[in-house]
Design a protein around this ligand. Structure first.
Ligand code: S3P
Length: 430
């Protein structure tokens, strides 16, 4: 086991940072670039463990993908150009790789097996097996629910469906949209709660228009996708750790450059503002259908709030770090409707409740969230990340405001989504 020591109470955060590209958009760039006709270039792609799984999967299916510094060049093979991989596709820890790729693989003319690490092998896959099977896809999972998945491609025989998403999940929605590229007929997906719409935006950018009319998402199978140049904005989910850090450490003032502000992802900004954070968004721009901006955050005392309902899907990955902010806010914070957190890389409700209470916070677990009583005096300790990248980063920020020293166990799991996280944090110390 490895661990990283963080000394609390020593540093404020001052300065400017740029973040690596958004993880969700990075995965989708590789997938659509591979299936398009022509050369797609991707600037500021996130080279993290999860995205590398997606890149490797397509290389193993015969796609030429070259990387240099911060640019990826993908020689698209067209919708029908993928080749049977020699081995199983190993998705590692990456739910996005597994679920989105399954949608593509059901439409191929070869069979594949997808595997993953221990965490991913225990995450539900029936949520994609069910709709993809309704489309005619042939997928077998362990206990009909888990990886490994055996997928028998049935090129030319998939059919469109009308499907109401039973869980608010962009991965499930995207899996169906990608399978729809291979269907004989159009598909309609009914989405109760809006989830991140990067797939819809990028498909449209690649020449396959996807329409969303009041939560009804329509896609018609395209003749082909056309290669494009993509700029991946900084990941708002990574920005969240710095936004909270600057908000809770006295004297802090930071600017985060080029952060994606797609409205299906900005719940974190809305919540922090409601808690009293001092956040200024400026320099708004957009490229390839994705808006981004610079964000300035200064220290400001926070207060507890209620977070529930539709906003949850727009900040689902940020709840661990919001919980940290809430322990240091005045009054009570209630987080509800977030049961999906139990099915992430770890059970993020149980883990955050356990670790924050270990630090002296007052957090009660609910079946669909937590109740956090502020304001706590956090104490350093040996903190377990459970090898979950978002838990490791959230606890590191909590440790900054704790009395004494903390050890973050298995800290290197941050490489899943943000390899340079600790360096970026140290660079802001003053
Ligand atoms: C993602 C969707 C979300 C999110 C994950 C990335 C995506 O998962 O938690 O980190 O890229 O589509 P769900 O679809 O399971 O909510």
């Amino acid at each position: 086991m490895s661990g990283l020591i963080i000394k609390g109470g020593k540093h404020k955060l001052i300065g400017e940072i740029s973040l690596p590209g958004d993880k969700s958009i990075s995965h989708r760039s590789v997938m659509l670039g591979a299936l398009a006709e022509g050369t797609t270039t991707v600037k500021n792609i996130l080279f993290s463990k999860d995205v590398i799984r997606t890149i490797e999967a397509f290389r193993n299916m015969g796609v030429d993908i070259k990387e240099s510094e911060n640019l990826l060049r993908i020689e698209g093979v067209g919708l029908k150009g993928l080749k049977k991989p020699k081995e199983e596709i190993d998705c590692g820890n990456s739910g996005t790789t597994a679920r989105l790729l399954a949608g593509i693989l059901v439409g191929q003319n070869f069979s594949t097996t997808m595997i993953g690490d221990e965490s991913l092998s225990n995450r539900p896959m029936d949520r994609i097996i069910i709709p993809l099977s309704k489309m005619g896809g042939l997928i077998k999972g362990r206990e009909d629910k888990y990886l490994p998945l055996e997928i028998q491609g049935i090129e030319g025989k998939l059919k469109g469906i009308e499907y109401t998403l039973p869980v608010a999940s962009a991965q499930v929605k995207s899996s169906i949209l990608l399978a729809s590229l291979y269907s004989e007929s159009p598909t309609r997906i009914m989405e109760g709660k809006p989830t991140r719409d990067h797939t819809e935006r990028m498909l449209t950018y690649f020449g396959c228009p996807v329409q969303n009319i009041n939560g009804n998402i329509f896609i018609k199978p395209p003749a082909f996708l056309k290669a494009q140049d993509i700029y991946v904005p900084g990941d708002i989910s990574s920005a969240a750790y710095f936004m909270v850090a600057a908000s809770i450490v006295k004297g802090s003032n930071i600017t985060i450059k080029n952060v994606g502000i797609n409205p299906t992802r900005t719940g974190i900004i809305q919540v922090l503002k409601e808690m009293g954070a001092d956040i200024n968004i400026f320099n708004k721009r957009a490229l390839n259908n994705e808006p981004f901006a610079d964000i300035e955050i200064k220290y400001s005392p926070l207060k507890g709030i209620i977070i529930s309902g539709d906003i949850i899907a727009t900040l689902i990955d940020e709840i661990p770090i919001i919980a940290v902010a809430a322990t240091l806010a005045e009054g009570r914070t209630i987080i509800r409707d977030a049961q999906e957190l139990k099915y992430k890389e770890s059970n993020r409700i149980a883990v955050m409740v356990r670790e924050l209470n270990k630090m002296g916070a007052f957090v009660r677990e609910l079946p669909d969230g937590m109740i956090i009583e502020g304001k706590a005096t956090l104490k350093g300790g040996i903190l377990n990340s459970y090898k979950d990248h978002r838990i490791a980063m959230a606890l590191s920020i909590a440790a900054l405001r704790a009395e004494g020293e903390s050890i973050i166990k298995d800290h290197e799991c941050v490489n899943i989504s943000y390899p340079g996280f600790f360096n970026a944090l140290y660079n802001l110390f003053s």
